[in-house]
Design a protein. Sequence first.
Length: 324
Amino acid sequence: MEILKIVLLFVGFGLLIKGADWLVAGAASIAKRYNVPNIVIGLTIVAFGTSTPELIVSLFASMNGSTDIAIGNVIGSNSCNILLILGISSIIYPLSVKSNTVWKEIPLSLLAAVLVWVLANDMILDGNPRVEITRSDGLVLLGFFAIFMYYTFDIAKADANNPTTIESDEIKILSLFWSIIFIILGLTSLVVGGNWIVEGAVYIAKSFGLSEALIGLTIVAIGTSLPEMATSVMAALKKQDDIAIGNVVGSNIFNVFFILGTSATVSPLKFDPKVNTDIYVTMAASLFLFIFCFSGKKHQLERWEGSLMFLGYVSYTAFLIMRG
């Protein structure tokens, strides 16, 4: 039974990722069938689809009372996205960064991390002994998400080559029957996979005397970031800079404002002050990403900068393991 739970944890990751693919394929097909513009499909169905692994895991963790996993999943995913995924992607191919990303989206991802710190640290800021991200905090985060979506649509209208758009030939129009089957399979896989991941993560934490926060920040965070990893690495191999970077930065903003906001709105998230260190790492990652856009070639992530980010993630992971 014990080994089965560990096996189901990793099977759950597979179901989660494949479920997201099926859901996007089915929903995008139906949207295209009814002449929904590509840009709307890209900004809604595809954007939501690639983040459903983090969303489902955080929602299950929140509802099950495993709030350390819910918060650790989001914070850990954001650090992984910048340090590991962008690090590897820029090692593969130096990535040019658009001006909008440098001056608006990267600062917004930094603001998201700062806002989590502010909302979670009631004890430090106003002496409130109850430390949690409340439902009202969740609604604040969702409000910021609405602003971000408005900004994204506005940018997309002004730029036909926006990285969140997808070409029409990338959307396969299925029959209505198979579109619905794909959506049902996708949702089922997401729910089952997300549940298995949370159960397996809790089991590993208890069995090996590890904190749920550690499991959420490492195994769960990396596992749910696999869609972003695949997208950015493939984009780097194809020398599609905007997609490689936009995918990561957009995902970080999405993770905090929408996923953490939704999870806290469903059920308040108790906050372990020890996780502040991990929020600082996420802040530092966003700050260094901004600085790296001006070191060396302007608005470009070079291979040596990617190597530093990758080494930073390895060092951070080692610190997490030692902290336990």
